[in-house]
Design a protein around this ligand. Sequence first.
Ligand code: EPS
Length: 383
Amino acid sequence: MRYTTAGESHGRALVTIVTEVPGGIPLAAAAIDADLARRQGGYGRGGRMKIENDRVAVLSGLRFGKTLGTPVALTIGNRDWDNWIDVMATSGEPVESARVTTPRPGHADLAGIQKIGSRDIRDVLERASARETAARVAAGAVARALLVEVGVSVMSYVSRIGDVVLDAEPDPDELAYGLVEASDVRCPDATTTASMRAAIDRARAAGESLGGIFVVVATGLVPGLGGYAQADQRLGSRLGSAVLSIPAIKGVEFGDGFALGGTPGSLAHDAIRYEPGRGIVRDSNHAGGLEGGMTNGEPLVLRAVMKPIPTLMSPLSSIDIDTLAPVDALRERSDVCAVPAAAVVAEAEVALVLATAYAEKFGGDDLADMKASLAQYRARIAR
Ligand code: EPS
């Protein structure tokens, strides 16, 4: 499954086209909307999320509630467009007073205008905005619809916001997702949720922004997805690339990740044993579900760090690109913290990679054929 997106943050709409979608997958617009709502939420979001009520329109690829095996085209309208019709007009003359000339450190602003030769940072920021991730979540919901059919669930939680850290990381198989969904910072622990909210309140009062760390967990995966034979088959590289493509993500690790650099081999790997009735099992998951570029049948555990959002109400210093004089960087409506939203976007990216890996291994035309092939594979590896 591949997707491409189009759409400016304050343009008419976001668009995504998902291709290589197997036929026969039950899919409802309501399921896509549910993921869009999860992305929109989160304590620390800014004023834009009060304007938008993201809803998908399915333009193609779906008939009577099932995918046709043809490209799925989706669009999400930007309600805020009504307020930006002049500034974002597709024809006519630019509105000089709306030109943005003070790049934000940490944003795409400066390198973007250097790259394209524009004198208006809005030419860059409209597309560099994380608003685009709504379209990715819609694409990911198509992948999730396939994964549900093959028994895979992809969820996320937040383990750190600013200096507030979730002490005990939950066991992926026992994670209480009801608690995660009930927490507006996507944290399974009520006390830590309260501390994270308080940290966001303090940041808002100080004109600051906060980053954090989230964890994406996928369960129900069969071993052997991805590949060890070629660089572009390796699932760690594909998942890492997908999650690092989300704006503001600065690092990704699997399982024990960077800590493995300080762990002796005997404690870093997951011993293998056979248990009658359960099959081949592991008692630990330091590898985070990946060995040799493939799934190993354990839960996939991917952790990622998001930097603080670059738009600051107490801005860093910058320059005016017209005069080169020192000025405060652009102050715009923005989020104080979008780590919970980024976790939902990462679920979508992970779901797209995993759905693609299933389609590769078990046939990507048709869900029924895929399921038959998967059943045969499961029977073989159970022997
Ligand atoms: C976002 C929409 C944006 C921002 C945010 C994410 O809307 P606006 O720019 O109109 O406030 O709230 O984007 C950024 C933080 C960013 O740096 O671009 C969204 O839909 O998620």
